[in-house]
Design a protein around this ligand. Structure first.
Ligand SMILES: Cc1ncc(COP(=O)(O)O)c(C=O)c1O
Length: 406
């Protein structure tokens, strides 16, 4: 079966919604993707029929809930091709997962003067947790710039690495420019120099094939809500021996082996990093989102998205006064742009009145915007439900905004 856009759209009930009495055109999937009915239903029926706390009870319902929760872990494992399920830790999201790694490595991995390499394209969630370490343990952050088209050069890593470098933390796909990063080459260089690599897969997970063993990254994180799943759940993948060597970050129930008045011992991963009652319902929803996504991928989702992205780039590049950042990247599922003589917030407000949802602002990437000498951009991003009609309506609305400021 090939990818059927009309059928796909009918799976997303929110697309029926009217805003200001106009058809909703949702072009903000990079911020958060909408949810298909199968995801919504999975969480509803789980709560109606199978819900209890996990890993605790010996009663029927708790076992059933635990099975569902662990099934989702298995789905994540298969989806990103981790070596085993114990390498998959459920977190509250990508931000939570990166903070987990940073705080854990602060205990017994980083020393004063050690270096972390970031790129200028990172999201604040992949910057601020490392600033904490700069402030707390005297770790030094080094930066790799992109070029004007949002391209990261592998050679820049070679010239930035020193014998003090211990970690490279890097996005799989820029959430502003949609740039893809030559991850495999960077990871190879890192490992040749005994450096660990964390990959922020928040955007990449929904648009690229991801195989963590093939990438050979040490850590990989993503959020469920960008993958058509619920908010409140995300994933940290880590190579098992690394997870085992890491200190737990949060303390509480489930992550311990034994607790005495003067001593505590810890469970093995993944439990070691999942203190307290997890987001059980959301983890089940993420499992359903992965099922749905895999089905769409088999039907040709990525080819479809590429076609829509190219159409989108082609149409927006025809408009006067519009400057697209990372313009050469015509397959990018997100387009960041400015319009001469107007503020991105005003553009977003005008198109919103036409029913079109886009984002404007810094996109949590101030270093990247500083690099381009900008304080904000407007960003339109596509999802699996975006069709050419959405793009046409957006272009019309954008044209209206442009004429408004003429
Ligand atoms: C590239 C990237 N990294 C990290 C994040 C943070 O994700 P979350 O807010 O779901 O933790 C985002 C969200 O926009 C993102 O796009």
């Amino acid at each position: 079966m090939s990818f059927n856009i009309d059928k796909t759209r009918s799976d997303f009930p929110i697309l029926e919604k009217k805003v200001y009495d106009k058809k909703l055109i949702y072009l903000d999937s990079a911020a958060s993707a909408q949810k298909p009915m199968s995801v919504i239903n999975s969480m509803k029926s789980f709560q109606e029929e199978e819900y209890a706390n996990v890993h605790r009870g010996i009663h029927y319902l708790s076992n059933l809930a635990t099975d569902q929760y662990e099934l989702s872990r298995k789905k994540v494992r298969d989806f990103i091709n981790a070596n085993n399920e114990d390498e998959i830790i459920f977190t509250m999201g990508a931000t939570d997962a990166i903070n987990l790694v940073a705080q854990s490595l602060a205990y017994n991995f980083f020393n004063e003067g050690d270096e972390i390499i970031l790129t200028v394209m990172e999201h604040h969630s992949n910057i601020v947790p490392w600033h904490f370490l700069r402030e707390k343990c005297g770790v030094k952050i080094k930066w790799i710039d992109c070029d004007d088209n949002g391209i990261i050069k592998v050679e820049d890593f070679l010239s930035t690495i020193t014998d003090k470098t211990k970690l490279i933390s890097i996005t799989q796909m820029s959430n502003v420019l949609g740039s893809e990063i030559p991850l495999k080459e960077i990871i190879k260089i890192a490992h040749d120099n005994n450096i660990r690599v964390l990959v922020d897969g928040c955007q990449g997970i929904a648009h690229l094939d991801t195989d963590v063993q093939d990438l050979d990254c040490d850590y990989y994180v993503f959020s469920g809500h960008k993958l058509y799943g619920p908010t409140g759940v995300g994933v940290l993948y880590g190579k098992y021996d690394l997870l085992e060597s890491m200190y737990p970050w949060r303390g509480g129930g489930e992550m311990i082996k034994e607790v005495f008045k003067d001593e505590v011992t810890y469970s093995k991963p993944p439990a070691k990093f999942e203190a307290g009652t997890p987001n059980i319902v959301q983890a089940v929803g993420l499992g359903a989102a992965i099922d749905y996504f895999i089905e769409k991928k088999k039907q040709g989702l990525f080819n479809y998205e590429e076609e829509i992205a190219k159409y989108f780039h082609n149409e927006i590049n025809k408009l006067p006064k519009v400057k697209v950042y990372g313009k050469e990247n015509i397959k990018s599922p997100m387009i960041s742009f400015t319009v001469d003589g107007s503020h991105p917030h005003d553009i977003a407000t005008i198109v919103d009145k036409e029913g079109v949802a886009i984002r404007a602002g810094q996109h949590c990437t101030q270093p990247l915007l500083d690099f381009f000498n900008l304080s904000s951009t407007a960003r339109a991003s596509i999802g699996m439900y975006t069709n050419k009609n959405d793009i046409d309506i957006f272009i019309k609305a954008l044209n209206k905004a442009i004429s408004f400021f003429d």
